[in-house]
Design a binder for this molecule. Structure first.
Ligand code: NAD
Ligand code: AKB
Length: 324
């Protein structure tokens, strides 16, 4: 059985990936790590948990050696909006972090999962049914780090035989942990605001169409890809995957099926709108279907129904705890 290390484990994806991996492979086999320093009680609740800065190669080597790691899910990164606000820092975290992970994987023979993004495409990419192999000239620093990361994964696979696997993820919708500074964060915020205030002011325009996915599908996709038969995988940089192609107005309409009085208006943020306008409207994920049987379970309506029920329960529990 594999020992697995997850970097950036306290973020939006890691908060759900770690429990899913522990359920599948055993709690003691999955080492959660993050830059955030947890109080002793928090670290104990998440154990095994290590503080780890992925930009420090020595910390990574030490963690992989000590825990006898076989596979690394490398989640630590700055997302698109945060990266655009601090491009030099984003390069340092996103690129140096990945380089360190690939180098340690080369030294210890680890398998590596790298999450790329729809952000790896740019305005010159075909925007509808974006093919698996196409023009990748992103105009954001986030996208530049994702394309460079994909190429680096390809290089380590072909040059050193490292078992690298990756996904070009769309915007992820989830209720466990808040999103960490991306352009698609509006989709998550809309659900929180619908339940708390019955209204939401969206920072992207009503007709901005982007790919989205509910977190359970993304988690299943990552675990499934890492377990897939290596001989079937044609791509070692990253596979396109998607579940739905939607606008803010589409999500608002889906929420109104459950909360008819829900109201949305728009106050467009030019920085995040420009990022969204440079990304695809929909991805072609047929290569993932063909090579490792990718199939999402949640469409917009199923995601909205589940998200509202689970988020409402979470918010009620939090309010109850606050009262006592
Ligand atoms: P997030 O921002 O929610 O979490 C990132 C985590 O990385 C945080 O807990 C942060 O503390 C940690 N971190 C930051 N710098 C670090 C460092 N130097 N060393 C160790 N940890 C560090 O991000 P997320 O949404 O969980 O995304 C994880 C990965 O998936 C990223 O590579 C992101 O680009 C990619 N991705 C996410 C989405 C999405 O919608 N969430 C979509 C496409 C791709
Ligand atoms: C972001 O908006 O930056 C992320 C992503 C799609 O990569 N959610």
């Amino acid at each position: 059985m594999k020992n697995i290390l997850v970097t950036g484990a306290l973020g939006q994806i890691g908060s759900e990936l770690v429990p899913a991996l522990r359920q599948r492979y055993g709690a003691g086999k999955v080492i959660a790590t993050d830059l955030k320093v947890l109080p002793p009680s928090g670290a104990a609740a998440l154990a095994p948990y290590d503080h780890l800065d992925c930009t420090d190669p020595h910390q990574l080597h030490e963690a992989v050696r000590r825990h006898e790691i076989d596979a690394i899910y490398h989640l630590a990164a700055l997302l698109s909006a945060s990266a655009e606000a601090a491009p030099q820092f984003a390069w340092q975290v996103n690129m140096t972090g990945l380089y360190n992970v690939l180098e340690v994987a080369r030294g210890y023979g680890c398998q590596v999962f790298f999450p790329s993004s729809i952000g790896a495409f740019g305005p010159s990419t075909p925007r509808d049914h974006t093919p698996q192999v196409t023009i990748q000239r992103p105009t954001t620093i986030y996208g530049v780090t994702k394309v460079a990361g994909e190429l680096l994964c390809d290089y380590y696979a072909s040059r050193f035989g490292i078992d690298t696997r990756g996904l070009r993820l769309p915007g992820l919708v989830s209720y466990v942990a808040a999103p960490g500074g991306g352009t698609t964060d509006y989709a998550v915020e809309m659900f929180y605001h619908a339940l708390r205030y019955g209204r939401y002011t969206c920072f992207l325009s009503a007709d901005t169409r982007l790919d989205m996915m509910y977190m359970p599908d993304a988690i299943a996709g990552m675990i499934h890809l890492m377990a897939a038969d290596a001989d079937r995988l044609r791509y070692r940089n990253a596979y396109n995957i998607t579940a739905m192609s939607v606008t803010p107005e589409d999500i608002a309409a889906a929420i109104r099926q459950h909360i008819p009085s829900f109201d949305i208006d728009y106050d467009v943020d030019p920085v995040r709108q420009a990022i969204a306008d440079s990304w695809p409207r929909s991805l072609d994920d047929s290569a993932a279907h063909a090579d490792w049987d990718w199939a999402p379970h949640y469409d917009l309506s199923a995601m909205t129904a589940d998200m509202l029920v689970r988020l409402e329960a979470k918010l009620k529990t939090a309010a109850r705890k606050k009262r006592v």
